[in-house]
Ligand binder design. Structure first.
Ligand code: UDX
Length: 464
């Protein structure tokens, strides 16, 4: 028996089922938390089998203890480039994986002893079709949502928000109106506030309602957040989901053995570069795995950073600016105080003492990793939950600045970097970010809220 494993095989009682099946949505920001959850459950004595699309497939050799079942998806290789294409892609993953997943799951369940071994499927909230397949084959389901509790409340409230006329947004002038049903969100912070057509609006509504159905029809809901960060939103989610147990087990990357689920090769040399920098002096810049920006925005971002005079580490993902490169003269202007890499070991970078600020797109994993690193954030949200996350960083956590809306302008970037990294205001944000780090550490320590939720989750799965 693995250390920490709950022993439920008491005399006379039936042995409990101990294999967990997982199906991540095949994007980096969804794969990471799913593999962190896998690590957590594996460390508690569960066997793990990962079903996965061929698109962005994980590398089984990095997880020798797990079983892997590839599910053909027939999807084109490239990452979707627009918000609408991303939403269509999510729906296409559902449609194209449904039949092959049914076949493979049925085959797995037909193996001798499998029915007595498989406890449940944990699927990403965006994989309703696969949740339904599992249930029809008699496998209980749990759902992992990789965003915040506040964001899931936005999912739940979406029909009412549309009914009340907040969405689709009719005019620019509505963007700053408060959303009374979901404070402190303003209209601009809502999922789908930046939909550019009726088609995009309808796609968003469909995605959100499918995710809500996946959660409501499942035997449990796992969220990568923690009580001291989102107590009110978690309480409201529990009220709204009466009957579906909610497990706030985050920050997952602090509880689970280091995940090696990165799809891109992480350039670890930047950690040595950071070792040589002064404490809290470096601005780390990364816009996550999906967000993109125009060549003009990239140039404005670059000159803003250059003109701020701040040391920086930039994880400039290939494809971020659709082929555009950093402007001519940028390297010479920043020589010696900046490092640009393609992809960084982000969790470690944000935990490094030399990093004093994080310019992020505000993806939830990044926001959690920034909070756990005790690092204040400059958020430039692009789509989806990122606007709401930026609102929380600035307005609720008061641990950063939101740089949202409109085109990027180098003067505004320079001023925001200075506010974040220097002076009293920066110190205040840094202090509150460090407070978040302490709360996250308490949540994952022995007896902490997330630890207790993991115990409950383990027990829940064993008794499904
Ligand atoms: C998107 C959404 O924005 C996010 O809110 C949702 O929950 C998942 O999908 P993404 O754009 O990928 O996610 O951003 P984020 O959630 O921040 O995840 C990015 C992940 O990639 C993080 O775990 C981060 O550590 C990792 N990363 C990023 C690296 O390992 N190296 C890098 O250089 C940059």
């Amino acid at each position: 028996m693995a250390p920490g494993e709950a022993n439920t095989a008491t005399a006379g009682a039936p042995a409990r089922r101990r294999r967990v099946l997982l199906f991540p949505l095949p994007y980096q920001g969804h794969i990471n938390p799913m593999f962190q959850l896998a690590g957590l459950l594996h460390a508690r004595g569960f066997a793990v089998t990962v079903f996965h699309a061929r698109f962005n497939a994980p590398d089984p050799s990095r997880h020798p203890a797990y079983g892997f079942v590839p599910v053909p998806d027939g999807l084109p290789a490239g990452t979707p480039e627009t918000v609408a294409a991303t939403m269509e892609h999510i729906l296409a993953v559902n449609t194209s994986c449904e039949a092959p997943f049914r076949e493979r799951l049925a085959a797995l369940l037909a193996a001798p002893g499998a029915r007595d071994e498989v406890a449940c499927l944990v699927a990403d909230a965006h994989l309703l079709a696969l949740v339904r397949v599992a249930r029809r084959l008699g496998v209980p389901t749990l759902v992992l949502r990789t965003g915040s509790a506040a964001c899931f409340r936005n999912f739940l409230a979406n029909p009412v928000l549309c009914e009340k006329g907040y969405l689709p947004v009719g005019a620019e002038s509505q963007l700053d109106a408060p959303v009374r049903e979901l404070l402190p969100y303003r209209v601009r912070d809502l999922m789908g506030a930046n939909s550019r057509s009726r088609h995009e609006h309808e796609l968003m509504c469909e995605l959100l309602s499918r995710a809500v159905e996946a959660v409501r029809s499942s035997a449990g809901f796992v969220l990568n957040t923690f009580d001291a960060l989102e107590a009110d939103d978690l309480a409201a989610t529990r009220r709204d989901l009466a009957g579906v147990p909610v497990f706030d087990v985050g920050p997952l990357h602090k509880l689970s053995p280091a995940s090696s689920s990165s799809l891109l090769q992480q350039d670890r040399s930047c950690l040595h570069w950071l070792d040589a920098q002064a404490p809290a002096s470096v601005l780390y810049i990364s816009f996550g795995s999906l967000a993109s920006m125009s060549g003009e925005d990239l140039a404005e971002a670059a000159w803003g950073v250059a003109n701020s005079g701040q040391p920086f580490l930039w994880a400039l993902r290939p494809g971020l600016a659709r082929g555009a490169a950093l402007p001519d003269g940028f390297a010479a202007a920043t020589g010696g105080r900046g490092l640009v890499v393609g992809w960084a070991p982000q969790e470690e970078v944000l935990a490094h003492g030399a990093v004093g600020g994080f310019w992020t797109h505000g993806g939830w994993n990044s926001a959690m990793e920034g909070a756990c690193g005790g690092v204040p954030m400059l958020c430039r949200p692009c789509f989806g939950d990122q606007m709401g996350n930026a609102r929380h960083v600035e307005h609720v956590w008061r641990a950063g600045i939101a740089l949202d809306g409109g085109v990027l302008e180098r003067g505004a970037v320079e001023a925001a970097v200075r506010r974040l990294m220097r002076g009293e205001e920066g110190e205040g944000m840094r202090g509150r970010a460090r407070e978040l780090r302490s709360r996250a550490a308490a949540a994952v320590a022995d007896g902490g809220s997330s630890r207790l939720c993991v115990d409950k989750l383990v027990n829940h799965i064993l008794w499904l």
